[in-house]
Design a protein around this ligand. Structure first.
Ligand code: FMN
Length: 172
């Protein structure tokens, strides 16, 4: 199994980083963890070039998207920023246009585990995180097989105990 994990937080050793690495350790297969903030991520220009061929942007996102196409499992992780995913994570999602607009490319059948972290201890962002199952992932033919949300997680490594327990107990 090929596993690609994308960390959408800019904080090394932060909550997403800790949880993703815990999850990756647990899985067997060929694994790669990418820290999006350390890479060259450009925004989608909406130039529509991908409808006629490849994305014209020469940045790291092209290879990240190719790696996702190759992967059996995508671990998609982001902190909640103002009620939504981080800009780093959203930049990758928007660049999925190069897949959705190109009939020769597909993410059909790729499994996804979502890992979100938030300082708010409530369920306030559950509907947003739940909606990711249909848009963008379902829309792209991807299947969210599990979601881990660390609630009440502010400072690095604090408030993630429940999420770690869930990962420990996951049967994958
Ligand atoms: C710009 C910014 C916006 C944030 N917005 C929210 C928010 O809307 N709701 C929330 O619960 N936490 C919010 N947080 C807190 C982070 O989601 C939380 O600390 C998270 O665990 C950080 O994950 P990390 O350690 O992987 O970076 C925000 C943090 C930052 C830096």
């Amino acid at each position: 199994m090929k596993i690609l994990a994308l960390i959408g937080s800019p904080r090394h050793d932060g909550n997403c980083d800790i949880l993703v690495n815990k999850l990756v350790e647990k899985l067997d297969g060929e694994k790669e963890v990418l820290f999006l903030n350390d890479l060259d991520l450009g925004y989608c220009n909406a130039c529509q070039s991908c409808q006629k061929g490849d994305c014209i942007k020469d940045d790291d996102v092209r290879s990240i998207v190719s790696k996702i196409e190759d992967a059996d499992l995508l671990i998609f992780s982001s902190p909640i920023y103002f009620g939504q995913m981080s800009a780093q994570a959203k930049t990758i999602i928007d660049r999925f246009y190069m897949i959705s607009q190109n009939p020769e490319r597909s993410l059909d059948g790729t499994k996804v585990i979502q890992v979100f972290t938030q300082a708010n201890p409530s369920d306030a962002f559950d509907p947003y995180i739940e909606s990711m199952k249909t848009m963008p992932f379902g829309f792209l033919g991807m299947e969210v097989v599990d979601t881990i949300i660390a609630k009440g997680a502010g400072p690095k490594g604090e408030g993630i105990e429940e999420a770690i327990k869930k990962i420990d107990e996951m049967e994958i």
